[in-house]
Design a protein around this ligand. Structure first.
Ligand code: BTN
Length: 257
C-alpha cells in the first residue's frame, strides 16, 4: 500500500531538515544534494525523493526505490572538524534511523555493521555517506523501505509495513529520521562521540556472529568479536588470526548464522 505522494515534513529537526526539497522523481537524492552544495545550500538542507531512478548503495551497488514505496533522503551535514569523528557519520545516521523506527515496529530495529538497518534480521534500510572532493559538507543518505513494494523479491530484504501494526506514512518516517539525525549529528559535531559509540555497540547485531569477510577477492571466515574505537570490526579468524575491517575499505561482511 502506498501513502500520499507529498512529503512535507512539517516537524523536522531544527537543523537537519530546516529546509526540505521534495522531488517526486529524481536520479538519486545524493546527486540532488551534490547539486545543492554547488549552489551554496546550507548545512541541514535535505532532499527527499518519492522515486529514484538511479538510487545508489554502498560499494557501487544500486538501491532499488520503486515509486512511492520508500523514504529516500539525503541531508547536508558539516564535515566534522575532528578527523576521528568523520567515520562516525554513517553509524550516527544508522542509529538515527533505528531510533526513528522504534515505536513504529513490533520488532526492535537493529544494525548490521557498518550501515544496514535491520528488522527481524532482514535489511529495511541503509546509509550512504559521501563527501564531495573539497567540500566542507558531507552528504548523508538514508534509504528506508516503507511499503512492501520497496522490498522487492530480494531475499533478506524487508519493509517497515511488514513489522508495523498500522501502515506507516513516509512523511512521518521522514520527520522522525530528521529529528533523530538532528539530535545525534549535533552531538557528533560537538565532538561528543561516547554516546554514539555506545549506542552503536548496543545496537550492532554483528558482534558475536560468525561472519565471512570478502576482501580483494579473498574470503576469510571467523567470528566478529568487537568494534574498535574508530568503528572498525574486529574478527577472530577460524585460522587463529585477528583482522580489522574498516568501514568503507571495500570489504564485504556477510553474516553466516
Ligand atoms: C546501502 O545500504 O548500501 C546504502 C543505501 C542508501 C540508499 C539511500 S536512498 C537516499 C540516498 N540516495 C541514494 O541514491 N542512496 C541513498
Amino acid at each position: 500500500m502506498q501513502d500520499a505522494p507529498e512529503i512535507l515534513v512539517a516537524d523536522a529537526g531544527a537543523v537537519c531538515g530546516a529546509a526540505v526539497l521534495y522531488l517526486p522523481e529524481t536520479t538519486s537524492t545524493q546527486d540532488v544534494a551534490r547539486d545543492l552544495i554547488k549552489r551554496g545550500a546550507l548545512a541541514g538542507t535535505a532532499a527527499i525523493a518519492g522515486y529514484q531512478t538511479a538510487g545508489r548503495g554502498t560499494q557501487g551497488r544500486s538501491w532499488l526505490s520503486p515509486p512511492g514505496a520508500g523514504l529516500h533522503l539525503s541531508v547536508l551535514v558539516p564535515v566534522p572538524a575532528k578527523p576521528e569523528a568523520i567515520p562516525w557519520l554513517t553509524p550516527a545516521a544508522a542509529i538515527a534511523a533505528v531510533q526513528a523506527l522504534r515505536g513504529l515496529t513490533i520488532a526492535p530495529p537493529r544494525i548490521k555493521w557498518p550501515n544496514d538497518v535491520l528488522l527481524g534480521g532482514m535489511k529495511v534500510g541503509g546509509v550512504l555517506t559521501e563527501i564531495p572532493a573539497g567540500s566542507s559538507l558531507a552528504i548523508v543518505g538514508i534509504g528506508i523501505n516503507v511499503h512492501a513494494a520497496a522490498a522487492v523479491a530480494e531475499s533478506g530484504v524487508t519493509a517497515l509495513d511488514a513489522w508495523s501494526l498500522h501502515p506507516a506514512k513516509r512523511n512521518d518516517v521522514a520527520g522522525r529520521v530528521l529529528r533523530e539525525l538532528d539530535h545525534l549529528l549535533g552531538r557528533l559535531l560537538r565532538g561528543r562521540l561516547d554516546h554514539i559509540k555506545e549506542a552503536w555497540r548496543l545496537l550492532l547485531d554483528t558482534v558475536g556472529q560468525s561472519v565471512a569477510v570478502e576482501r580483494d577477492g579473498h574470503v576469510v571466515s571467523g567470528r566478529a568479536t568487537a568494534v574498535d574505537g574508530s568503528g572498525a570490526l574486529i574478527v577472530k579468524t577460524d585460522t587463529g588470526g585477528t583482522i580489522r575491517v574498516e568501514a568503507g575499505s571495500g570489504a564485504v561482511v556477510r553474516l553466516m548464522n
